[in-house]
Write a protein that binds this ligand. Structure first.
Ligand code: MG
Length: 249
């Protein structure tokens, strides 16, 4: 497997997929309320995707049973929406992948329910900041490891850890393409970034240790130490002018 370079025309379709993903995430964010069940968000997600002519890419992926991943508090990624009730103070990661016209877009946000603790707020801000600086490192001619190292340094210098067992990834006609993009690594290492690469960058940042634990449902990934975790993700394209975020409204 190698990294697939996309044409401008293919990136235009991915821009469309990305806009839909970002639009639905914004809408879900506006719907979050204490007392709501996570499965209600799944229902809204599938309805809105349908309205926009797109399909969830996660539903049925290796048997994943839902249209969106919802991971609460110490859940890092791949949480399955269900009967769980959201409470004031929870932090909720919404990770949505959708496809249209054969191409995928992938993005995630972590949102607080009502008033959250200062620690939770700072964790979310740090994770979003790590994504931003990671994106800013994605220039043609730079190396993949520059992105990884930038994300790691940003999070670790603020006292957090980055999850190591799950990574970002290339994306395009497949939801997961080469390369895998760890949120830790060495600057100057890895493949050279080129125009036409389309990448999903997704720092997963923990308050405590970086180790993870797989839940009994064999999907939900938890922090091993039970500490809070946040997750932000965007799909980007590398252009000659630098990174372009595709998952934006
Ligand atoms: Mg992803």
């Amino acid at each position: 497997m190698s990294i697939i370079i996309k044409s401008d025309r293919e990136i235009a379709v991915m821009r469309q997929a990305g806009r839909i993903v970002a639009t639905v995430l914004e809408l879900l964010k506006g719907q979050l309320r204490p007392g709501m069940k996570t499965k209600e968000l799944d229902v809204i997600a599938v309805r809105e995707l349908e309205k926009l002519g797109a399909k969830s890419s996660s539903k049925g992926y290796h048997g994943f049973p839902a249209n969106i991943c919802i991971s609460v508090n110490d859940e890092i990624v791949h949480g399955i929406p269900g009967e769980r009730i959201l409470y004031e103070g929870d932090i909720v990661s919404l990770d949505l992948v959708a496809n249209i016209n054969g191409f995928h877009g992938d993005a995630a946000i972590t949102v607080g329910i009502g008033e959250v603790s200062p620690q939770a707020k700072e964790l979310m801000e740090t994770t979003e900041g790590a994504l931003k600086v990671g994106i800013a490192a994605a220039y043609p001619g730079a190396r993949l490891g520059d992105i990884s190292a930038t994300i790691q340094n940003y999070a670790e210098s603020r006292g957090y850890s980055v999850v190591r067992e799950y990574t970002g990834h290339g994306i395009g006609r497949e939801m997961h393409e080469e390369p895998s993009i760890p949120n830790f690594g060495l600057p100057g290492s890895g493949p050279v970034l080129r125009k036409g690469m389309t990448l999903a960058l997704e720092p997963m940042v923990n308050i405590g240790d970086w180790h993870t634990r797989l839940g009994d449902d064999r999907w939900t990934v938890f922090t091993a130490d039970g500490g809070l975790s946040a997750h932000f993700e965007n799909t980007i394209a590398i252009t000659n002018a630098g990174p372009e975020v595709l998952t934006t409204v």
